[in-house]
Design a binder for this molecule. Sequence first.
Ligand SMILES: [Zn+2]
Length: 412
Amino acid sequence: MSSSMGLFCEHCGLDKPESQFRIRCKTCGRLLKVRYDLNLMKKALSEKSPWNWSGSILKQWMEILPIDNAGLIDKVSLGEEQTPLVRSSYLGKQMGIEDLRFKLEFTGPTLSLKDRGSSLCALKAIELGYSTLCIASSGNNAASVAAYAAKAGLEAVVFILRVYSPAKVLKIMAYGARMVRINGDISTASKVCDEMAERHKWFPCGGANPYRFTAKRTVAYEIIQQLGGRVPDAVAFPVAGAQGMASAYTGFSEMARMGMIPSLPKMIGVQLEACDPVSQAFEKGSEEIQPVPIKPTISDVLLNNTPPHGLLALKAARETGGLFVSISDEEFIRAVRLLASKEGLFVEPAGAISVAAMGKILEQGRLRNLKTVVCMLTGHGLNAPQAAADPEAIPDAIEPDVSAVEDYLARR
Ligand SMILES: [Zn+2]
């Protein structure tokens, strides 16, 4: 049985849930959230041995998700499972972290962290009677929504941006979504997407969707489960819309309130220097997030000047003794290449910035005595392979002859 009480506005403190699905509060315009009965949730978790893995994210965490019709899980599921939490064999030692872990969120069915939320979005869309999913995204979220729409027998309309990764866009096209490319950034495209959703009764599946947000908090439960009940000293998140960090913070906070963990990990938010409005707000001690001028970058992602969950991510960093840090192009490219060549993990730049951040934070002495640290690796390298290696360095073909090969290798 679900412990969900429905959609509420935390700011207005409504005593009744919203009567119909919406993204924002009618009164104050803030994002709605799924509220839970924590007593019921605690009871449900204690009855099911929560740490015994069931093989599917939606089935594993059914009691802590707003699922009314569990019979729909198989209709929407693409086999999204618990993602591995792998121990570092090289970078941890280099950084002086005893137990550095990588959370491989890129192992979802569409090779990014977005599947954790898209599965529940598709399920809720069917429950609520929608036939079309829509999304504005730089690529990973759009690909994920397109795939889940295909699986669930729903239509998908995706809004991609002026700047994009061809690998992601080709994937979206293969899933059969209707694609619109907006001449603008993520804020502009999200606005158009929301207006179209309202006019055409589509189900918007972006970062502001309360069901996507609530599904993503399962990653916090999973990390504790995989560490055998231990709380890591810190968890580092790439931040654009800030949903990943804010939702994980919500999950850790719930667990602490239910007495499942004694404390919260330090929450570390990582942005690109090219667009770091939340980092700048953190540094200034500001309670507001102001758009910043976007600087030149090779990245086509993480460029969000109006992060829907930015304030909650700020709160997460401040309340847990964590911080925000910004990473340059050079720093994330180096992290991509080190992860691949020294750890065997091929991730896209957006996914590697959490690792670049830990190196920088420790070098600068901003945090100390971190024994167990989790870095979220959020997207597979094949989503943006151009950052990992130089195509010009692909070797010329040589004759299939042993001496020619030995001569060639001697020069390498
Ligand atoms: Zn409100």
